[in-house]
Design a protein around this ligand. Structure first.
Ligand code: SF4
Length: 465
């Protein structure tokens, strides 16, 4: 997600650039809303940022205030309707919203609001609808009304949510009380930028100011930034998704004030201490396995080399929406570099094994290319519990580590040996004393209760019924 208010400057191009740098966070659809001070124009469609926008569409979006979004679907299927920003007009006013995360009380919220089936189809759209129901276009001014509406609605919302919102003149950022998903603030000349990750600030030439605190809302207008805390203090309990550091975030992102790449490299170093093995070459699975592989090589003294070439124009397979798409994606995405593989004992470092589809295909590919031995080292603990906070693994049946022991996983994947980093070592590698993390997918210890487990299509099932 991205948001910018840059008084007097055209911001559609900046929003495009910001979204492009955040493409890894969602590849199913993209969109932006731009305000010229009076009218909000929304353009969104299925596909990557570059599929949705070209020079012509960007040039046509006039205004100095915008938000943008790239979607990775959790609650709500991957359809045009669920692409974001979600927009609502209320009387003469209007607002747009982008959401990163996943609500855990979606069905209860829809029921409590007496929402008829079909009114909304995703948890993000539900929030937009709840805001529009509470929004009074006759309020003192649009910004005050948006703030008052958010203050009223936000405390009812549970789960993982970072939001960027805008009306015609104001930009708002919100981070849930656990801070599951990141959101940061930057300064751009006399304007302000909000972004899911800090590289989006770099790309548009903004200066990093700070990460939003869990439970914080920032309200931005032409006079500056105000910070408020709309949630009860007892709900504030920092639980940043630990997988942002393992896999999801860019390596050049700052989280809890530290660069992610360093944490990933240390994960590899500790993995080398914890699970050494004789081998000829250490290689990382592109791209998020590479820093940990560098760390493993450095600590073990075994040379580092590239064993797989990644087609840089292919997206992440893990966040593709169907198993078929993920499996097809592996061969499109990775190809072996035979010179580094034939006859070699390989240590292959990957950041995680979720369903095992991509890892199994990759191991087979390395064997076919002539690898003598394959020792898989995983720079996080077994992922055995579904995530309900913004990663699309809603069923334990989909998770290899929920079904098999570590040895069985190694046999299933076809490796000669396998080892996972322990949770203690993962936390040591992150090295952020006092920082709170969610690690529910590794431990089963969920910081926000899920009851009953929400289905991806919870709102759409109601529509079809
Ligand atoms: S359950 Fe796992 S993937 Fe989901 S937010 Fe927690 S740490 Fe992240």
């Amino acid at each position: 997600m991205f948001g910018v208010l840059a008084p007097g400057a055209p911001v559609a191009q900046l929003t495009f650039d910001g979204l492009y740098s955040l493409q890894h966070r969602g590849q199913e659809s993209a969109g932006m809303a731009v305000s010229d001070g009076e009218t909000i124009t929304v353009v969104k469609d299925m596909g990557l940022v570059t599929n949705v926008f070209d020079e012509r569409t960007v040039a046509a979006l006039e205004g100095d205030l915008a938000i943008g979004h790239t979607r990775y679907s959790t609650t709500g299927s991957s359809t045009w309707r669920n692409a974001q920003p979600a927009y609502r007009s209320v009387g003469t006013a209007g607002f747009a919203l982008g959401h990163n995360g996943n609500l855990t009380n979606t069905a209860a919220l829809a029921e409590r609001a007496g929402m008829l089936p079909g009114v909304v189809a995703s948890d993000s759209d539900l929030v937009a609808e709840l805001l529009s129901l509470a929004f009074s276009p006759d309020g003192a001014d649009g910004g005050g009304e948006l703030e008052a509406t958010l203050t009223k609605v936000l405390p009812d919302i549970e789960g993982a949510f970072s939001f960027v919102l805008m009306d015609a003149e104001h930009l708002v950022g919100v981070r849930d009380p656990n801070g599951f998903r990141p959101l940061c603030l930057g300064r751009l000349d006399d304007g302000w930028v909000l972004a899911s990750e800090t590289p989006a600030l770099d790309v548009v030439g903004a200066r990093f100011v700070r990460e939003l605190e869990p439970g914080e809302m920032v309200l931005i207008d032409r006079t500056g930034v105000r910070s408020v805390h709309p949630f009860p203090a007892e709900r504030v309990d920092p639980k940043l998704c630990i997988f942002e550091l393992v896999y999801f975030a860019r390596p050049d992102s700052l989280l809890y004030g530290k660069e992610v790449h360093g944490a990933r490299r240390r994960m590899g170093e500790l993995l080398a201490e914890q699970a050494p093995v004789d081998a000829d070459l250490v290689m990382g699975v592109p791209e998020s396995g590479v820093p940990a592989a560098e760390g493993y090589a450095r600590r073990s003294g075994i040379p580092y080399g590239q064993g797989l070439v990644k087609n840089r124009y292919i997206g992440r397979t893990f966040i593709a929406p169907t198993p078929e798409a993920r499996a097809r994606g592996v061969r499109r995405k990775l190809n072996p570099l035979r010179e580094n593989i034939v006859g070699k004992r390989l240590i292959v470092v990957d950041d995680s094994v979720i369903r095992g589809t991509t890892t199994r295909a990759m191991v087979e590919m390395l064997r076919d290319a002539g690898a003598a031995e394959i020792h898989l080292r995983v720079s996080s603990p077994p992922y055995a519990w579904p995530c309900f906070y913004g990663i699309d693994t809603p069923s334990r049946e989909d998770l290899l580590a929920a079904q098999l022991s570590v040895e069985e996983i190694g046999a299933y994947l076809g490796t000669d040996s396998i080892a996972y980093l322990t949770l203690d070592n993962l936390e040591r590698a992150i090295d952020a004393p006092g920082a709170g993390f969610c690690s529910a997918c590794l431990t089963g210890d969920y910081p926000v209760e899920i009851s009953p487990a929400p289905a991806k299509e919870v709102l759409e099932v109601a529509i079809r019924a």
